[in-house]
Ligand binder design. Structure first.
Ligand SMILES: Cc1cc2nc3c(=O)[nH]c(=O)nc-3n(C[C@H](O)[C@H](O)[C@H](O)COP(=O)(O)O)c2cc1C
Length: 229
């Protein structure tokens, strides 16, 4: 059977990172429904490590403004998302992403200011009506972050099935203090990432990006399975 005949498969495949949104509002009830589905995610010993801040309107604008100031002022924390040097196979994919992304935005590889401005769009949630900030108790270990990833993917898929789009954004993690102040985060909680959510602007070139994936046999090995069954 073709995998597209499975509804969930086609919803998963329809998800992509959207970086330009229409201003159309998303209701509080939609957000509650999406999180109600997402909370069905499994977690280690059912510990459910997620804490979600769903933002719109004035509070979202104030957070975006504070982050924009911190971004242009260069006051982010020294946070390494990836090891340096990045092992080659990952570096190749990262460079491929950069070429496609900045290419779609018409920004030259050497244009540092242009790239910085593009990064800055993260903090405006790419114009989306909803911004989310995900936080976690900093005492938890990497296995709880794994739980968190499952929860976040559920949000993106539940959003897709309602015709909504998303962009998960680690960029927010660089601004722990700014976010903690603006959102009055609980002490001992840290920002995992953010997310933009809304309706995609279908006319935006950046939303035409389709990032390739490695084929299954590149990352999986099979042993003891009968191909015909
Ligand atoms: C944990 C995580 C963090 C990400 N952070 C950002 C980000 O800060 N800004 C951004 O524009 N995209 C971000 N992305 C989106 C990725 O660039 C995107 O998922 C990847 O290039 C594959 O493209 P696709 O999601 O459209 O298939 C992030 C994705 C994940 C899973």
């Amino acid at each position: 059977m073709n995998s597209e005949t499975y509804i969930v498969d086609s919803v998963i495949r329809s998800r992509k990172a959207v970086r330009a949104f229409r201003p159309d509002a998303v209701s509080k009830q939609d957000m509650i429904d999406i999180l109600d589905v997402a909370r069905a995610a499994p977690s280690n010993s059912n510990t459910q490590p997620w804490r979600v801040h769903v933002l719109a309107g004035g509070i979202k604008q104030r957070l975006s403004a504070a982050l924009a100031r911190a971004h242009t002022g260069g006051t982010h924390q020294q946070l390494q998302y990836m090891p340096d040097p990045l092992p080659e196979s990952y570096r190749i994919r990262q460079e491929d992403f950069g070429a496609r992304y900045y290419g779609a935005l018409g920004i030259d590889k050497t244009d540092v200011d242009g790239r910085n401005r593009a990064t800055g769009r993260n903090f405006d949630f790419f114009g989306a009506p909803i911004g989310m900030i995900f936080t976690i108790d900093a005492r938890l270990k990497k296995y709880s972050w794994l739980d968190y990833g499952l929860f976040i993917q559920n949000i993106m898929i539940a959003a897709r099935s309602r015709g909504l789009d998303t962009c998960p954004q680690v960029s927010f993690a660089r601004y722990q203090t700014v976010i903690a102040t603006q959102l009055e985060l609980e002490t001992g909680h840290e920002v995992v990432c953010g997310m933009s959510l809304g309706y995609a602007n279908q006319h935006s070139l950046v939303n035409r990006l389709r990032l390739p994936r490695e084929p299954v046999f590149q990352f999986a090995s099979f042993a003891g399975l009968d191909e015909s069954s």
